[in-house]
Design a protein around this ligand. Structure first.
Ligand code: NAD
Length: 359
């Protein structure tokens, strides 16, 4: 089913408000989730509403939360997210980092203990719109691990995303935004909801043998695990995200002394660089454009329509989905309506708010 994005945002906001979020926070979080749907990352879209509602109702997520500064060392600042909604405390942390990067040429922001940050690209795009390069090392904590270490069988990590954006004056920023697993956990959940297999090298079963059945993660009795992408190299980046995002960013890694109460929390270490502090901005922008053009001029491989830069698929999907509506699978939609009921709203009233058409 396709849902017009404005009506989907109103639905998500109403449910989040029903679960206790102030209207301003609910609207911002709803827009953040729907933007993920529009960019093609349904795993981080309104399908997350049920877990956000549960987190708030269980009092593991503070819907009113804001950052508090723990330590301010000039270009480096540490903030505690206080389990506030990730979109809210994450943008507050970026506002601090942007101001500092403009003052010092570089800034480092350590954000600990944020509720789920969602699509990390949103934070990098926010910095890029201010003309800043940014890198974001993120770990995921708060529930049991789902991902094996390279060469091991036991679960040790969640899906630690890494993101880096290169700003461009024309607004066509280059945005690498990815889980360090072959697929994001939410994509395994969506595949399970849809009853379809996941891509190769995504999962292992209880024997450590590769499988494409999402039920080993999201079935009634999970027995398998997810895999880091790219063998030892992707695994290495996953470890770095754990150590920089988790240990340095929030003193909160997946090591077993920390609580795992069920809500998804993130810690994020962000490094922001003002290209103007490095050299001439026009020269940098021209060099980036010249290299981008050179990459785009590649002859496509057989079966590929054209060569893209990181961030291009999201831009293409967003244009198409703004025009036609965001695609929501029926199981995910029913979960959203269940969450509406849990938040004290009438299911039919909420369903009627959505402008739905068939895919
Ligand atoms: P993905 O595999 O769809 O894309 C990863 C990157 O590859 C993107 O930058 C994309 O633009 C680029 N890309 C894809 N196809 C391309 C092509 N043909 N040519 C050039 N570049 C291409 O993303 P993912 O790993 O599934 O991650 C999905 C989302 O999940 C991300 O937004 C990430 O931030 C989010 N995430 C969040 C958390 C969290 O705890 N908050 C955890 C994991 C993932």
């Amino acid at each position: 089913m396709l849902i017009e994005h404005g009506s989907l945002t109103r639905v998500a906001s109403a449910i989040l408000q029903g679960a206790g979020a102030p209207a301003e926070h609910a609207d911002a979080v709803a827009a953040h989730l729907v933007e993920a749907n529009l960019k093609g990352h349904d795993s981080h879209g309104v399908g997350m509403v049920p877990s956000y509602v549960k987190g708030m109702l269980d009092k593991q997520v503070d819907p009113h939360g804001h950052i508090t500064i723990q330590r301010d060392n000039g270009a480096i600042v540490s903030v505690d997210g206080g389990t506030g909604l990730g979109r809210i405390v994450g943008f507050e942390a970026m506002d601090l980092g942007i101001a500092k990067a403009k003052d010092f040429g570089i800034a480092c922001v350590a954000l600990g203990n944020a509720a789920h940050l969602g699509r990390i690209g949103a934070f990098a795009e926010y910095c890029a719109d201010e003309g800043l390069v940014s890198m974001h090392y993120v770990n995921v904590v708060g529930h049991d691990p789902m991902v094996v270490a390279f060469g091991g069988r036991d679960r040790r990590f969640i899906t630690n995303p890494y993101c880096c954006a290169v700003p461009r004056k024309n607004g066509q920023h280059i945005v690498l935004d990815m889980a360090t697993t072959t697929v994001a956990a939410g994509k395994v959940r969506v595949a399970h909801m849809k009853g379809v297999p996941v891509p190769a090298q995504s999962l292992v079963d209880e024997d450590g043998v590769e499988t494409n059945d999402p039920a080993v993660i999201f079935g009634k009795t999970p027995t398998g695990a997810m895999q880091p992408f790219g063998a030892h190299k992707g695994y290495g980046l996953m470890v770095i995200c754990e150590m920089l995002g988790g240990a340095l960013g929030g003193l909160f890694t997946m090591q077993p002394e920390h609580p795992r109460l069920g809500a998804t929390l993130n810690n994020m270490l962000s490094i922001l660089i003002d290209p103007k502090a490095v050299g001439d901005l026009d020269d940098f922008d021209q060099e980036v454009s010249a290299m981008a053009d050179y990459i785009y001029a590649s002859t496509p491989a057989t079966g590929t329509d054209r060569v893209r830069l990181p961030g291009d698929p999201e831009k293409e999907t967003q244009a198409q989905r703004i025009a036609n509506g965001a695609e929501i699978d029926p199981n995910s939609w029913q979960s959203v309506l269940n969450a509406a009921e849990q938040a004290g709203l009438n299911r039919e009233t909420v369903a009627a708010m959505a402008d739905i058409s068939e895919a």
